[in-house]
Design a protein around this ligand. Sequence first.
Ligand SMILES: N[C@@H](CCC(=O)N[C@@H](CS)C(=O)NCC(=O)O)C(=O)O
Length: 253
Amino acid sequence: MTITLHQFGPAWSLPDYSPFCVKVETYLRMTRRPFRSAISDVRKAPKHKLPYVQDGDVVISDSRAIVAHFEAEAERPLDGGLSPEDRAASVAFRSLFEEEMYFLLVYLRWIVDENFRVFAPVFHRYVHVGAGIPKVFAPLIARVARKQMRRECWGQGTGRHSREDVEGRLHEIVDVLADQIGVGPYFLGSHPRTIDATAHGFLWSLLDSPNNSTAQSYALSRAPLVAYKERMLDEFFRAPVAGGTAAPVGMPS
Ligand SMILES: N[C@@H](CCC(=O)N[C@@H](CS)C(=O)NCC(=O)O)C(=O)O
């Protein structure tokens, strides 16, 4: 059965500019599921958000639901045998990444002028290639999208903070993540778990998106985080997989 991962598309050294899309791609690679990537129109996504996945006749949106879908059908789910303590840690860290760190990253990318100038061409390309809108309208769509992201960040609360406060909050998260990962090799120790897909998606985005931020340089200075990202890349993105080779990073397969 073919699995199609609908996403925004590659950017810089990442397979996607959305950490949620990188999360799902990481999960599919961790579980050695063959899949194809499609750059898709977010307006046509079931919940008007990406990623979503088509697994045969089944369409699943929301990265958490996607992971739950594959975990439920797996013979050996990644989270099988997780202790109650580790399950609690996994759920709490997932929220840290997806409900707090996400908005801090959105702030840096979409609200900080100098970073938005770097992101805009990537977004323009998506508007044209992914949503099929003529290139000439891309800057206008980017302005509308930016306004919407500002509104969302303001509503959630992060948008009301200064850039310094946002960076400070990310520094705190970076410290906590470096302590948690330590020597790893995985987020919760010796076994790869679903939280590794989330952690890798968000850490890779923080470390390698071209954001000018003290949070990024601070994260890059923390050896456990950089080593973790490199380990995840080596094992799941760069290593040959059974039945073929891993798709090159940044290329839809
Ligand atoms: N809870 C969702 C979040 C996905 C999400 O926020 N996707 C963003 C990109 S990072 C999106 O599609 N934004 C488009 C929009 O809001 O119009 C998940 O886990 O998949």
